[in-house]
Design a protein around this ligand. Structure first.
Ligand code: HEC
Ligand code: HEC
Ligand code: HEC
Ligand code: HEC
Ligand code: HEC
Length: 462
């Protein structure tokens, strides 16, 4: 007997690897062979029924909208189809972020790719992307693949089936007209009795906040995937003063206007609602800055920012001022939505020579530690109608000085923006307030000039 030489050992190891590789090829072949066969066994109706049964067992934020049949009289559910008659509403919706929630959103596409995880052959399947698409392309008809179950009940191991009702053009619409208006082949509207070339019914649900909150509220942590979902706009609104005043999401985000629903049809003008869904009005792509800029004068800013004289105190070597940031107009926290959203406010005092003699800055947002556990570390976002004062302290030398306030709002952090190389194909944020004040020796600030979401203006100067 000879002892096993190192060469032999490595030879055996190679053999094992070769055998394993062959086994893997065979297994892949078997899977490839079996998959179509297994899918072929399910009829279109069975796929739809199995998927519907699966989604029903999931929390609401993991469910797409039920299969939506095309209303009689219409060729399909696409926004462009509705838009042929509802021309103005269609043009408004085209500018909305709802229409940009799929391929037009480069950040979303990056995050979606990440959430598909790694499930290369032989690799561990780790795919939670099926959850994301339920809000960003919410109709069953917009999903290329449906989920019919989970392997071992694990959310990162979906079992997919090709969707027989998939419409790839409708998918591009993202949050489309039919999401809110069409159910079981019927178009729901505020009236329910208009003479339309499609079936209509009265949809009281349209104006309820639930119609928005079903997507704008989701709080869930999936520790195994180190995944967290924190959109709490619905709860923030509920906790504020607006519900008691009858102000819902639609009151602010869909202002009223009197006009015809379908301008080419001889019908009376009616009270309708705008479909721009203006929010932070940060364009999703640099090319769309121009088209949404006019909306800023309509929706305004969530926050009002001003400079106030500080309280008198003993210390007469300093002038104390307050930079007040008030959530005057947003019906929820400012900022709200995605946890990466934040607002930066900076105030700089300068003397007549232009030297900086005082400065204060603050970031408003929520901060999560993502690893090893998801924990909320800090949240200083501003509640509806509440304000925060930042103290700006300047040496008192009897000379007048100026204060410049600049405020930015951002969709995401710089690190993530750079990591995904989003420059040129996404907009991280924008300036929404810039004002200039002069402060006399009495410490009283006077507003000289302000440029905010309502435009540039000179004000209050004596
Ligand atoms: C089917 C899910 C869904 C429904 C229903 C829905 N939204 Fe949205 N909404 C979204 C998604 C997703 C985005 C963000 C898209 C993106 O950033 O790519 C969004 C974006 C917005 C924005 C703009 C945010 C921004 O920064 O540009 C506003 C405002 C808004 N929605 C308000 C509403 C209101 C008001 C309603 C109810 C009438 C509503 N939404 C119903 C999913 C939904
Ligand atoms: C061929 C033209 C045409 C097309 C296409 C069309 N509509 Fe209409 N729609 C009308 C007309 C006309 C009315 C009635 C207007 C009136 O009486 O003021 C109407 C009424 C409505 C109403 C109000 C219903 C009510 O009574 O409350 C809604 C909502 C609506 N359409 C949505 C849609 C949606 C969504 C689509 C696409 C899925 C669509 N429409 C496609 C012409 C059209
Ligand atoms: C009282 C008016 C008001 C109400 C009510 C209101 N919003 Fe807003 N919302 C605003 C304003 C103003 C902004 C713009 C904030 C800013 O300057 O960025 C905004 C911003 C948003 C944004 C964009 C994220 C951001 O921080 O800019 C979303 C999404 C949104 N609102 C959804 C909703 C939903 C969903 C509801 C109902 C649960 C709702 N809003 C209720 C006024 C309102
Ligand atoms: C995020 C939900 C949502 C989306 C997306 C949406 N709508 Fe609406 N739509 C509403 C709400 C809410 C109303 C107001 C209902 C009311 O006043 O009772 C409305 C009203 C209407 C009306 C009746 C007139 C009016 O303004 O009250 C028509 C017509 C209409 N929408 C067509 C469309 C078309 C066409 C699209 C796509 C281009 C579309 N909608 C997209 C929520 C939506
Ligand atoms: C419950 C519905 C829902 C689900 C599920 C969902 N989203 Fe969203 N998503 C929204 C809404 C609503 C917004 C708009 C609020 C905002 O922009 O802050 C949004 C906005 C975004 C944005 C843009 C943020 C910004 O500041 O403009 C990204 C990126 C995003 N989602 C990624 C994802 C990914 C990745 C998943 C899956 C892991 C996912 N979403 C699942 C509802 C959802």
């Amino acid at each position: 007997m000879t002892s096993t030489s190192p060469n032999n050992a490595s030879g055996r190891r190679m053999l094992r690897i070769a055998a394993a590789a062959l086994g893997f090829v065979l297994a892949t072949a078997a899977v490839l062979w079996l998959w179509p066969a297994r899918e072929a066994k399910l009829s279109d109706e069975q796929v739809l029924a199995k998927a519907a049964a699966f989604y029903e067992t999931r929390p609401y934020y993991e469910q797409p909208h039920a299969y939506t049949a095309v209303p009689a009289g219409l060729p399909d559910l696409r926004a462009e189809t509705c838009g042929a008659c509802h021309t103005e509403i269609y043009e408004e919706w085209k500018l909305s972020t709802h229409r940009r929630a799929w391929l037009d959103d480069a950040q979303f596409q990056e995050e979606l790719a990440k959430s598909r995880g790694d499930h290369a052959p032989g690799g561990e399947q780790n795919d939670v992307s099926w959850m994301c698409v339920n809000c960003h392309t919410p109709l069953v008809n917009q999903l290329e693949k449906l989920v019919i179950g989970l392997t071992d009940g694990d959310i990162s191991k979906p079992i997919y089936a090709d969707n027989p009702s998939f419409d790839p053009v409708l998918q591009l619409d993202a949050i489309t007209c039919a999401t809110c208006h069409v159910k079981d082949g019927i178009v729901y509207g505020p009236f329910g009795d208009t003479d339309a070339p499609h079936p209509v019914a009265k949809g009281d649900f349209l104006l309820s906040e639930e119609n928005c909150v079903r997507c704008h509220q989701a709080e869930a942590i999936f520790p195994d995937q180190n995944l967290g979902c924190f959109f709490t706009t619905g709860e923030e609104w509920k906790a504020g003063p607006y519900p008691a005043e009858g102000q819902t999401c639609q009151s602010c985000h869909m202002p009223e206007v009197t006009r015809r629903l379908a301008p080419a049809f001889e019908r009376p003008e009616r009270v309708t609602r705008r479909h721009w869904f203006g929010g932070s009005l940060i364009p999703k792509h640099p090319d769309w800055e121009e088209e949404i800029a006019p909306l800023r004068a309509i929706f305004g800013s969530g926050a009002e920012i001003e400079l106030l004289a500080g309280s008198d105190d003993e210390d007469d070597t300093k002038i104390k001022l307050h930079v007040r940031i008030r959530n005057a107009n947003a019906g929820h926290l400012f900022p709200t939505g995605d946890p990466e959203r934040h607002v930066d406010v900076e105030a700089t005092a300068r003397n007549a020579d232009g030297d900086t003699i005082g400065q204060v800055s603050e970031r408003f947002g929520s901060v999560y530690a993502w690893w090893p556990k998801i924990v909320l570390e800090r949240d200083n976002r501003i509640a509806p109608r509440e304000h925060v004062d930042l103290e700006l302290s300047v040496p008192a030398d009897g000379e007048p000085f100026s204060v410049e306030i600049v405020a930015h709002k951002y969709r995401m952090h710089l690190e993530a923006f750079e990591h995904h190389a989003l420059e040129g194909r996404y907009v991280r944020g924008r300036v929404f307030h810039r004002s200039r004040w002069t402060v006399g020796s009495d410490g009283k600030p006077l507003l000289e000039r302000v440029d905010d979401d309502h435009g540039v203006r000179r004000t209050q100067h004596p």
